[in-house]
Write a protein that binds this ligand. Structure first.
Ligand code: ATP
Length: 285
C-alpha cells in the first residue's frame, strides 16, 4: 500500500523563550493509504496539537507533514476532519442534506452532483431519508453520523477524527465504531483517529500509535492482528484483543522499557515498536 500520510520529525511548541510549552516532540510515523490508524495517549499529551499540525491548521515549530507526497503548508483541499462536538460542527439553520453538501460548494461539482454525493454519503451512514430534517431534530448519535457523512462526501485523501465518539452513550459509540469500520472498508478511505479509549483504539484499527505523556513522543507503533470481521462482543472477549489491550495499557502507564512513559523516546521506543510491528502477539505477551 502506498503511503498517504508521512510525519517527519514533527515538533510543536506553544509560546517562546522560557515560558514555551513543548506539546509534541520529534514525532515520526506514516499512515498507509486505505488503512485506519488510531492514536491513543493520555489527556493533554498533545494529540489535538498533532492533528492540527497534520490538518495544516497550525504551522509546526519543526519537522514536516506530507499528504500523498505533497508537503502540507496550509489546510489541504482533500482532507476532512470530524470533531468530538457534533453540536458545534453542524449548522443548525441548514437541513441535514445541505450540511452534507456544504463543503462540496468549493469543489468543481455541479449542483446535481453535489446533491447526489450528499445523498450517497447519508445512505452510507444509514441516514437515507433524513436529509430534509434539521440537525437539532436528530439524536446525538445521528448528528455525529451526519458529521461523518459530510466528511466522507468530499472523498478526502485523509479523514482525521478527534475523539469522534466521546460525546455519545456507550451503545451508540459501539454502533458508530462499527459504522466507521464498515464505511472505511467499503470506501477504501484512509483514517487517522485520536482517542483516549484503549479498547476503542484496538477494536477499530489496523494500527495503534501509542503516545507518551506531554510532550508527546511515540512509545510504540503496534500492528493490530485481529481478524477483519470484528464484533463488539466476540472480538472484545477474544484472547488477542485482551492481550493487545493489556499491552497498550502497559505502554501508556510505564512506556516501552519499563521506565517512565514521559521519558520514552528514541532508540528504546523504536525497538519496542519494531518488535510489535513484526509480531503483535509477541508484543502482547
Ligand atoms: N493554543 C495553545 N497555547 C498554549 N498551550 C496550548 C495550546 N493548545 C494546547 N496547549 C497545551 O499543549 C498541551 C497539549 O495540548 P493538546 O490539546 O494537544 O493535548 P490533547 O492530548 O489533545 O489533550 P486532551 O486529551 O485533553 O484533549 C497541553 O499542555 C495544552 O495545555
Amino acid at each position: 500500500m502506498p503511503t498517504m500520510l508521512e510525519v517527519n520529525g514533527l515538533d510543536h511548541r506553544y509560546g517562546t523563550g522560557e515560558t514555551a510549552h513543548v506539546a509534541v516532540r520529534d514525532l515520526n510515523f506514516t499512515v498507509e493509504a486505505g488503512s485506519l490508524a488510531c492514536i491513543v495517549g493520555p489527556s493533554g499529551c498533545g494529540k489535538s496539537t498533532l492533528l492540527r499540525c497534520i490538518a495544516g491548521l497550525i504551522k509546526p515549530s519543526g519537522g514536516t507533514v506530507s499528504l500523498h507526497g505533497d508537503r502540507v503548508d496550509g489546510v489541504p483541499d482533500d482532507l476532512a476532519v470530524v470533531f468530538q462536538d457534533y453540536s458545534r460542527s453542524l449548522f443548525p439553520w441548514l437541513s441535514v442534506q445541505r450540511n452534507v453538501e456544504f463543503p462540496l460548494r468549493w469543489g468543481s461539482l455541479g449542483k446535481a452532483e453535489r446533491r447526489q454525493r450528499a445523498a450517497d454519503a447519508l445512505e452510507a451512514v444509514g441516514l437515507a431519508g433524513v436529509g430534509g430534517k434539521f440537525p437539532w431534530q436528530l439524536s446525538g448519535g445521528m448528528q455525529q453520523r451526519v458529521s461523518i457523512a459530510r466528511a466522507l462526501a468530499s472523498r478526502p485523501a485523509l479523514l482525521l477524527m478527534d475523539e469522534p465518539f466521546a460525546s455519545v452513550d456507550a451503545q451508540t459509540r459501539f454502533e458508530l465504531e462499527d459504522l466507521l469500520r464498515r464505511v472505511q472498508r467499503e470506501q477504501g478511505s484512509t483514517v487517522l483517529l485520536v482517542t483516549h479509549d484503549i479498547d476503542e483504539s484496538v477494536y477499530l484499527s489496523d494500527r495503534v500509535l501509542v503516545l507518551s505523556k506531554s510532550p508527546a513522543t511515540i512509545v510504540a507503533d503496534l500492528e493490530v492482528g485481529l481478524p477483519e470481521e470484528r464484533d463488539q462482543i466476540a472480538t472484545r472477549e477474544s484472547a488477542e484483543f485482551v492481550a493487545m489491550r493489556g499491552e497498550v495499557a502497559r505502554l501508556l502507564q510505564v512506556g516501552p522499557t519499563g521506565g517512565a512513559g514521559e521519558d520514552a523516546s528514541g532508540a528504546s521506543a523504536t525497538a519496542g515498536a519494531g518488535t510489535a510491528e513484526k509480531d503483535p502477539a509477541k508484543a502482547s505477551s
